[in-house]
Design a protein around this ligand. Structure first.
Ligand code: GSH
Length: 213
């Protein structure tokens, strides 16, 4: 399968899940600044909305999936034995999906206009407060000493939180949320997360070198 990624974006969630599953992916880098891709494709031909991640699956039609939570859930569902996601149709799965939609709408997408400095002062203050509230709910969930958001087992939701910790770029003050901070460090220490960071850095460097040549 092919995964289109960008540097320090939500595509890290898909990389982390793939690594946890031991999948071998061909990674393609999309440079959000100059809009080039590391394999020369026009990215809007890959995804008309020009968003990463995009997963191209290995079927004959080479179908492409977009939306971070769809991609991570799809990969995890293909390998139920790994336990990265509750079984479809169960209440546990509904709760997992509820959490993932919350992460997409209340965290990931709230960061973006802040990072791009698109908001008025009032809008930025409102959005930062929303983010602090959202992160505080995660911190409270972790306050019972659980290792990951859904208990002792790492799941797709943990990959998404880790991939979207953009608080410094957004000017969101959450250092006081110690359960959350310790948890994110635990996720980052996983070999699959370290591999995601390394693979991303190497691919970005190769893409930049190719452009400079
Ligand atoms: N709804 C999509 C949105 C994905 C998204 O916002 N991707 C960002 C990176 S996190 C992106 O590709 N931005 C392109 C750009 O900044 O030009 C999803 O949840 O996956």
């Amino acid at each position: 399968m092919k995964l289109y990624i960008a540097q320090d974006t939500c595509s890290r969630a898909a990389q982390l899940v793939a690594n946890e599953l031991g999948l071998t992916l061909e990674l393609i880098h999309f440079d959000v600044r100059d809009r080039t891709t590391s394999n020369g494709e026009l990215f809007t031909d890959v995804n008309a909305l020009a968003y990463v991640p995009v997963l191209e699956v290995d079927n004959q039609a080479k179908d492409r999936l977009t939306e971070t939570i769809v991609i991570t859930s799809y990969m995890a569902d293909q390998h139920p034995e790994a336990g990265l996601i509750p079984a479809p149709g169960t209440l546990e799965r509904a709760k997992n999906d509820q959490l993932q939609v919350f992460l997409a709408t209340e965290i990931a997408q709230k960061h973006i206009p802040l990072m791009r400095k698109l908001l008025t002062e009032e809008g930025a203050a409102w959005t930062r407060a929303k983010l602090v509230n959202a992160y505080t709910t995660l911190d409270r969930r972790l306050a019972d000493g659980r290792t990951y958001l859904n208990g002792e087992t790492f799941t797709v939701a943990d990959a998404y939180v880790w991939a979207t910790m953009w608080q410094e770029r957004s000017g969101v003050k959450i250092d006081h949320l110690q359960n959350l901070m310790a948890y994110v460090a635990r996720v980052e220490a996983r070999p699959a997360a370290q591999k995601a960071l390394k693979d991303e850095a190497e691919l970005v460097a190769r893409h930049q070198a190719k452009k400079a040549a």
